[in-house]
Design a protein around this ligand. Sequence first.
Ligand code: C5P
Length: 278
Amino acid sequence: MIQPAPAKLNLALHVTGRRADGYHLLDSLVVFARHGDAVEVVPGASALTVDGPFAGDVPVGADNLCLRAARTMGTGARIHLTKNLPVASGIGGGSADAAAVMRALAAQGHALPADPAALGADIPVCLAGQPARMRGVGERLDPVPEVPALPIVLVNPGIPLSTPAVFKALQRRDNSPMPEPDWHDADSLIGWLGKTRNDLQPAAISLAPAISEVLTALEGQGARLSRMSGSGATCFGLFDDADSAARAARALARPDWWVVASELASGPVRGYTSTATV
Ligand code: C5P
């Protein structure tokens, strides 16, 4: 069975503190796109094969997160990964793939690991696979009001960013938490998001100034809100309707940019709807 490993988006990401071990305390609204990687997991000796547009960027050694995910569940597995998402790009990638492997193995009767966060801060939310408020260093998840299926455009300027490097470039680590999640439709969600931030965005821009160019370009194409996800460099734009999103994606096409029109998933992503990949 093929498991989707959808792109994770931090619609808001506040950095509220730092633990003694150096990990940062976060307060984030995490949602998923109807676009992403896919994994197929069959019983067998540990092996990983990869195809897809970003296959060449995936390390396939024993420390690959998919293989580590299987090991933490006490089993080997033959894993095939279709890598549609750029790596080191702030939209889950490795965590989404590892969580999809865990889900596939759980469906085959293996127990989920007791501490999935040990493998990556984003793995618990990727395992949950639906919109959530994520706190702590990623292990604390709370439900949020229903997230409308807003059309989105994802843009990555083709610059991989190291998550630790972005956290290191942060100017302030004791920022305010998000306001209480409170919306009931697209307009009120966008209004609520206007009161939130991605605290990692200025730090990421200091390392990759092209992020500013992406955000300006998304706004120029009519995005109602544009922001960076995670530690970047992928940015998202929220649009009013699917036609405007598709039009914006076409207009944003550049040889060095990865651009996808998709939509937010209100609930668990079981498969991908058609998307315009530019
Ligand atoms: O857990 P993950 O592999 O996603 O984290 C990569 C790195 O990002 C960590 O080693 C840490 O330097 C940084 N990080 C952090 N605080 C978090 C999550 C990640 O400082 N909550």
